[in-house]
Design a protein around this ligand. Structure first.
Ligand SMILES: Nc1ncnc2c1ncn2[C@@H]1O[C@H](COP(=O)(O)OP(=O)(O)OP(=O)(O)O)[C@@H](O)[C@H]1O
Ligand SMILES: [Mg+2]
Length: 247
């Protein structure tokens, strides 16, 4: 059962959260995120003006939000204008991790009078790195994320940014990531070493394939014992091919 596995993540505690984030990252981890940034540049079609990239995984607690924050940070560091959206409208965590208010946020834009109103965007850490927290949690996250309103909001926001990164819930638990898939340039799938079960990963990849989203690749997130070796946020790509070959 998926949630039992969460207890296995004792070495991934919330107290250590900040150490795994943006400016607190060590040299090796930062380099790995830069590698991911470079790989994305090769994978995303050149004619896409503002790539909208979803970050998901099979289960809870695999490092999606951490990856979304750090990836958006290194992209911003390279001088691009980046927007990080908390699209986990069930258990949002970006606001908490970034120590900002969770509201107003995405849901306020989605139910507000004007799609893409940027008044609720909050610049943090860098001038060109913006964060859109979840806002008040809605009763129907999946419908909101796949709505026409979401589509028009992303369209407006894509005019203002060079990159948009959307942190999402896990594929195998709720349909939210699949619902927003048609609006994305591509999806990154986070895999946590010694935690993600092969079957779960296969299942999530199959579902993503069915949704026709462009799977940009997998990010291997790992923690080596007590040392919390989060430096090895491995690059992605072959992982996906290996999994589907075996499936
Ligand atoms: N490589 C890592 N090394 C150590 N700790 C990590 C690493 N990656 C993530 N963590 C920690 O693991 C916990 C879960 O990470 P995170 O919130 O990014 O996962 P998530 O997939 O977004 O979870 P959820 O499905 O609940 O949204 C956090 O406390 C985070 O700080
Ligand atoms: Mg998360």
């Amino acid at each position: 059962m998926k949630f039992n596995k969460h207890s296995k993540s004792a070495s991934f505690s919330m107290a250590d959260s900040k150490k795994t984030l943006h400016k607190n990252l060590g040299f090796t981890a930062t380099e790995q995120y830069k590698l991911l940034r470079a790989n994305l540049n090769f994978t995303i079609p050149e004619d896409v003006k503002c790539p909208i990239i979803g970050v998901t995984s099979s289960m809870r607690g695999e490092g999606k939000s951490t990856t979304a924050i750090n990836l958006s940070y290194v992209i911003a560091e390279s001088g691009k204008r980046v927007l990080l959206i908390d699209g986990d409208l069930r258990i949002p965590s970006i606001a908490k991790k970034m120590s900002i208010e969770s509201s107003p946020g995405l849901t306020d834009i989605l139910v507000g009078p004007e799609a893409g109103q940027t008044g609720v965007l909050k610049a943090r850490v860098l001038d060109n790195w913006y964060i859109l927290p979840s806002g008040v949690l809605p009763p129907n996250p999946s419908e909101l994320l796949g709505s026409r309103r979401m589509a028009s909001t992303l369209k407006v926001l894509a005019e203002k940014f060079d990159y948009i990164i959307v942190d999402l819930p896990p594929v195998n638990l709720v349909s939210d990531a699949l619902a927003i898939s048609p609006l994305l340039t591509g999806m990154i799938v986070v895999v946590r070493e010694d935690y993600t079960e092969k079957k779960e990963l296969e299942n999530s990849l199959r579902q993503l394939q069915l949704s026709n989203v462009n799977i940009l690749g997998c990010v291997m997130n790992e923690s080596k014992g007590d040392k919390r070796y989060y430096g090895k946020y491995k690059k992605y790509s072959n992982y996906y091919n290996d999994q589907t070959r075996e499936a």
